[in-house]
Design a protein around this ligand. Structure first.
Ligand code: SF4
Length: 493
């Protein structure tokens, strides 16, 4: 892997990872050395201050870029601006060096829509906020328009109230592990953890129901994900669902990810239907069996078609489909074939992901087979055109590190089918109580938007042994008062 040396003044060191993320947009995965010579590429950062203005310069060989910014008296605001100044200078330098303009400009954060909302909170219209994204961060017009459309769609969905809470339950098991998986997910076949995990989870569900009652909270959306919840055998799936019924029955939207077509059968779908599940996800990712084998998913296109037929037979009226652009060995034509095939299955919502590879060993293994960034961008564009042609509009978006072409994941939905949980979770506009290993509960303190979190442990064994402690963490979170918290602003740039 490429090694980057960052030569940084002392007060820029805390921003080294942020600056390296900008470099990764241009280079892909890299290791970083701070103030230690020997990298394959060296960025030298220098700065000076004069009359309340900080002048920051980044140099790489013959390439030089600089940004000025005022030195602010508020420590937090000053830190944010300083970090932005460094990131923008690194961005300009890398852009000049490579001659490339990434679609999201200098942005490396997960939630670019949050930046739009923050600009609108300052009084800008959506159009002005979109223009600011381009002027400040060099976001392309295409992506700025996408953000604008998402915000328009989200304006039609009620915001959660102070007492509203979404419920997330994580089932961290899958039949096999996808090669690119970055989630907490163990293979079902590897252990005997399913039954004890279910027991621990039901204990956490009971404690959560009591907490919600005591605090007068209102369940709004229920989401069971993972992993693949339908990897659980039917009796265990039923046990979890029945235990959660006091929560489910109060939610207007109930989603269960049935992601792997090979985990779905009639008995499980009937359990979900009987428990009031309104939305399921069946995710082929691609229609090409050879690609499915390459990425470690042990199901076929035919199994996916059968799963959709079964779900329709059982009257599921909202099925989401996840597809991935940029899979190894696929080109634009193959992605178009997948889109055309998916049209026949008529999902009510479609999420177009861009392949994100965090493991460098995998990247190395697949390198020769991966489509280049321009082709992936074309796939993503074709996915958007297809969704619009079906009457869908984009309703949420997020970005990850190491995405092919430095692109994004976008959820599209037919009118009235935007997933409320996805919006709440991505925009961080409401409370979330998360159960199961790796779940992160979030409490929002209005009006400032300060967020406090209570994470569950990720390790399944530790979770089962410490479920009482996980419950106590949630209790503590809901006992807290809003003290010196400030809105979470930083991660979005
Ligand atoms: S289905 Fe999802 S959670 Fe399961 S292994 Fe694949 S990527 Fe990971």
């Amino acid at each position: 892997m490429m090694k980057l040396t960052m030569m940084l003044p002392e007060d820029c060191v805390p921003f080294a990872n942020d600056a390296a993320d900008v470099v990764r947009v241009f280079t892909g995965p890299l290791d970083m050395l701070i103030n230690t010579p020997g990298g394959d590429m060296t960025l030298e950062v220098s700065e000076s201050e004069e009359n309340g203005t900080r002048h920051l310069t980044v140099k790489q060989g013959a390439y030089l870029s600089s940004h000025d910014a005022p030195v602010l008296s508020d420590h937090l605001d000053n830190k944010r601006l300083h970090k932005r100044q460094l990131k923008l200078s690194v961005y300009d330098c890398m852009k000049a060096l490579t001659g490339r303009t990434p679609p999201w400009g200098s942005l490396t954060g997960i939630r670019p829509t949050r930046l739009m909302y923050m600009a609108m909170e300052r009084g800008l219209s959506a159009g002005e906020a979109a223009r600011e994204m381009t002027e400040l961060f060099d976001v392309s017009g295409e992506k700025a328009d996408l953000l604008r459309e998402i915000i328009d769609v989200q304006s039609g969905v009620d915001r959660p109230g102070e007492k509203d809470v979404d419920i997330y339950i994580g089932i961290p098991f899958c039949t096999t592990r996808c090669a690119y998986c970055s989630f907490l997910s163990g293979e079902v076949g590897k252990g005997k953890q399913l039954a004890p995990y279910t027991e621990a989870l039901t204990e956490e569900i009971r404690g959560t129901i009591a907490l919600i009652g005591e605090k007068g909270l209102r369940p709004r959306a229920f989401y069971m994900g993972g992993g693949t919840p339908t990897s659980l055998p039917a009796p265990l799936l039923e046990r979890v669902m029945e235990e959660a019924m006091p929560l489910i029955s109060r939610c207007a939207e109930v989603t269960v990810e049935a992601g792997r077509p090979d985990t779905i059968d009639e008995e499980k779908l009937r359990i979900l239907k009987d428990c009031g599940v309104s939305r399921i996800s069946i995710n082929p990712q691609t229609m090409h069996d050879e690609t499915l084998r390459t990425i470690g998913r042990r199901h076929t296109r035919q199994q996916c078609e059968d799963a959709y037929a079964l779900a329709r037979k059982l009257d599921f009226h909202h099925i989401n489909m996840d597809l991935i652009a940029g899979l190894p060995g696929e080109d634009l034509e193959m992605f178009e074939q997948t889109l055309a095939w998916s049209r026949g299955l008529a999902p009510e919502s479609l999420t177009v992901h861009t392949l994100s590879i965090k493991h460098s060993s995998l990247l190395h293994l697949w390198e020769a087979k991966l489509p280049d960034g321009d082709m992936v961008a074309q796939m993503v564009r074709t996915g958007a055109q297809e969704a619009h042609a079906r009457g869908m509009r984009p309703y949420y978006l997020y970005r990850q590190k190491y995405m092919a072409g430095n692109l994004e994941n976008v959820g599209y939905a037919l009118p009235g089918h935007a997933c409320v949980y996805n919006i709440d979770m991505m925009e961080e506009t409401g409370n979330i109580i998360a159960l199961g290993a790796g779940g992160i509960s979030k409490r929002l303190f209005p009006p400032r938007g300060h967020i406090e979190r209570a994470p569950n442990v990720s390790d399944v064994g530790h979770y089962m042994a410490r479920v009482d402690e996980m419950l106590q963490r949630k209790r503590d979170l809901w006992e807290k008062t809003d003290e010196a918290g400030a809105p979470d602003k930083e991660e979005n740039e």
